[in-house]
Ligand binder design. Structure first.
Ligand SMILES: C[S@@+](CC[C@H](N)C(=O)[O-])C[C@H]1O[C@@H](n2cnc3c(N)ncnc32)[C@H](O)[C@@H]1O
Length: 187
């Protein structure tokens, strides 16, 4: 069973992430994405970023973990949620935007390439995506969960094969410039 499929692990993450949300990233996305656009969040986890996004956009939340979806839907019956793996993105619909915060870090590099190709397919023309990653050069497995770290050059190399890069920068989450976000466009 994957780590976050376990309800206790999902609840522990929610407690651990108390006080952290993606305000910084959502504000960057707002510079590029018109109000009222459709947006699919990948790996929504507790759904704090989804709560921010839903103020301006028509949101669909998703995660590979049913535990997170169940916990969120208990409190938010009106929000569309999908059980979705961000590697395969097996969905027959298109969106104006895709958002993820520290989610694609759990794919290995070949899986990330697969996800990027699928993201291209499920975005409308001129669609925008914003993703965040941990910064670094290594890979590790913690509690059976894979963590893959990136620097700017590697992300540019991976995403520019399918997308135009609108913005990419290091930012601070826990430690100085420990994170990277990238904003891409289906051109
Ligand atoms: C570090 S948590 C981040 C959660 C949330 N985005 C946040 O910022 O708090 C990683 C999330 O990615 C989800 N996840 C991991 N692998 C996934 C996959 N292959 N497809 C979709 N979601 C995945 C996990 O279930 C978890 O909710």
């Amino acid at each position: 069973m994957a780590y976050f499929d376990n309800m206790e692990n999902a609840k522990e993450y929610i407690n651990m992430a108390e006080g952290i949300d993606g305000t910084y990233l959502v504000n960057i996305l707002k510079k590029y994405l018109q109000k009222g656009s459709t947006i699919l969040e990948l790996g929504m986890g507790p759904g704090k970023d989804l709560n921010l996004l839903k103020k301006d956009y028509k949101v669909t939340g998703s995660d590979k973990s049913k535990a997170f979806l169940d916990l969120y839907s208990d409190e938010n019956k009106d929000i569309e949620l999908l059980l979705l793996d961000d590697k395969t993105l097996n969905i027959d619909r298109k969106f104006d935007s895709i958002y993820s915060n520290k989610v694609l870090i759990h794919l290995d590099k070949d899986e990330l390439k697969e996800s990027i190709n699928k993201q291209y397919d499920i975005l409308n023309n001129d669609g925008i995506a914003l993703h965040s990653f941990w910064r670094g050069e290594t890979e590790e497995i913690v509690d059976g969960l894979k963590f893959v770290y990136y620097d700017k050059d590697e992300l540019i190399n991976l995403f520019s094969k399918k997308f135009k890069i609108l913005d990419i920068a290091y930012y601070t989450e826990m430690e100085y410039k420990d994170s990277i976000y990238i904003v891409i466009k289906k051109a």
